[in-house]
Design a protein around this ligand. Structure first.
Ligand SMILES: [Zn+2]
Length: 293
């Protein structure tokens, strides 16, 4: 059984780039007669907007992207993350390094320090990674491999401010929701070896991955809320959907006059191998006219 999911952070409404990821994961799930779940990754309250989940759901529905079952909110899952942290304990250590002084591949500074949590100084929890290579066969990018110690390093699974790290929460929830296929932006490819390390340490099977090219503006900057990407308008979904299908290398059937009709055709004809292997998709010209509210 195929189980896919779309898992946005509620930092704001969906922009064109996040809609591309939603459409691709939806089509891949439905083409494979799978379930498509919606998970709201609301673990970082200061960055979030309380209206965003409702707005995101309204946008998905306007684009005909109807999810299965109840929406899962990560903010309701804290005890599950705490349990996972406990199961990983033998492979973790406390770390008091400052973010600034830490190189991108953590050099193991605190591995042997035996720091404790019961001090005034806040400590993060890091997963100790083995000197071992992990690999995936990505449905879009092909074979990918990483040496965990040399290319990734021990990484944070619970932050100093006691917030659970994205890497931990994603894996715990994908296991909980029995997700078999993760279709998401290539900006998250770097996260994949970390997530594989967590799966391995928990003794669980990792899902199949497909990392999509990310949509960038004319300065080659990924569309994001931080970079002031505009929300996708729901007033005219058809031309936007057609543009997304074209950019994903899919056929765009003529003579279809409804969102559901267009999606039905797209589900039937879906070919994940037709997605470009290049890392970027340009934000389409004229899309602002279509997406501006
Ligand atoms: Zn440290």
């Amino acid at each position: 059984m195929y189980v896919g999911r779309f898992a946005p952070s509620p930092t704001g409404p969906l922009h064109y780039g996040s809609l591309v990821a939603a459409v691709a994961s939806y089509l891949d799930a439905r083409h494979n007669n799978g379930l498509w779940l919606l998970r709201i990754e609301d673990l970082d309250p200061p960055r979030e907007s309380s209206e965003a989940p409702v707005e995101i759901m309204r946008q998905l529905q306007a684009y005909g992207l109807h999810w299965d079952g109840e929406v899962l909110y990560q903010s309701t899952r804290l005890s599950a993350y705490q349990d996972a942290l406990a199961s990983l304990q033998e492979s973790t250590f406390f770390c008091n390094c400052s973010r600034k002084s830490t190189p991108s591949v953590y050099p193991g500074t605190c591995r042997e320090k035996q720091l404790s949590e019961n001090t005034d100084e806040p400590v993060a929890v890091r997963l100790r990674v083995p000197d071992k290579t992990v690999a995936i066969h990505d449905l879009v990018c092909g074979h990918q491999k990483w040496n965990l110690e040399q290319e990734v390093g021990d990484f944070i699974i619970r932050r100093k401010d006691y917030l659970f790290a994205y890497q931990l929460a994603v894996v715990v929830d994908d296991i909980f929701q029995e997700v078999t296929h993760v279709v998401r932006g290539r900006d998250l490819l770097d996260s994949t070896p970390r997530q594989l390390a967590i799966y391995q340490t928990l003794g669980c099977q990792a899902p199949t991955y497909a990392h999509l090219p990310v949509v960038v503006d004319d300065q080659h900057v990924k569309l994001s809320k931080q970079a002031h990407a505009r929300p996708v308008s729901t007033s005219a979904p058809m031309p936007v959907l057609r543009t997304i299908l074209r950019q994903l290398g899919q056929s765009t059937p003529a003579g279809v006059d409804s969102v559901s009709g267009l999606l039905d055709e797209a589900i039937q004809n879906w070919d994940i191998k037709a997605i470009t292997k290049s890392t970027e998709l340009p934000e389409p010209a004229g899309i602002h006219g279509a997406v501006q509210t």
